[in-house]
Design a protein around this ligand. Sequence first.
Ligand SMILES: O=C(O)CCC(=O)C(=O)O
Ligand SMILES: [Fe+2]
Length: 331
Amino acid sequence: METNAQSDNIHCTNFYRDGFVIIENVLSEEQKRVLHSECERLTNFVMDQGYDLMSELGGIIEPVNVGYEDPPETQTFVFNKRAYIRNRDKISTPDSLTNIIFGVVKDLVAKLLPKPTEDEPLCLFNEQYIVKMPRSVNESAFAWHQDTQYMDKHAQELYPVISCWIALDDVGPDNGTLLIEPLPFIINTQETISNIPQVSSYLEYFGLRADAYAPPLDTMEALDRSILSGTDGRQEEFVISSSDGSLQEEERPQSRYRTPVLVKIPAGSIVFLSGHVRHCSLGNPSPLFRRAYMPQYSIGPVFNRAGCLISLAVPCEDPAPLQVPPVFDDV
Ligand SMILES: O=C(O)CCC(=O)C(=O)O
Ligand SMILES: [Fe+2]
């Protein structure tokens, strides 16, 4: 039986090796119920407003931006935890959601990010549901992408971001799951790494790994070559060989692909995705909704080149209590 410290270490090592890690059955029944209920309420809301969830919103519902509640009077909620919670508690039972966002998920993601500082705290960066309508196979697929692509280059170079993709239904090949291409190995990255506390070194490490990606495979080909998550063979690699089966020496680094992983997990499990890891997602041919919830976290508030916040920048920890001013002896 593994201790908590041992399993934390395995999760971290897998994350640094592959650019993602899956932790199954994280949420309690009650936490799943809270997320199901909010997701259903917001989905009904956008559909009642006359939106086509798939073609107009791409299946994405951001709780604080969807207009379910009257817009907040100020924008303080963007960078203040208390204001964020106040705002959030208008949508769901007070504390139910924030206990998940600033509790269990935050505790896990913190272990995969560099060390926060007072100036660069761990922040909630974004929050969204991703809902795939029943029988939406042609409208609900996502092309290959890396989540950092949604940030400008400047921000990509300065701020680490992790997406915590939480399955709200059992997901697998039959209802629109994720297909992930692990980060390519490069020279010197075969060794086991489970922690890079400094932001610049962390970004350099993941940036170099991601730079080694060859152009994305055709999704069908990647599917053919994939293994289901949780099955053996994760370490297997394959190379795309030239027509005569040989590999040109100079093609080698670009020609190396790692085995894609097709996610199959029960509801309440979490896929932690580095902003650098390439993934896509399949359409949902099933007769049921496929729902996921995806909070994202950053180290530091994320600013673009123009100095504007890109998204939320809600510090996850409460500010340090005010220090009592020092008392001096009379001299
Ligand atoms: O929910 C999915 O299947 C994929 C979502 C995704 O990759 C994203 O929103 O960046
Ligand atoms: Fe993504």
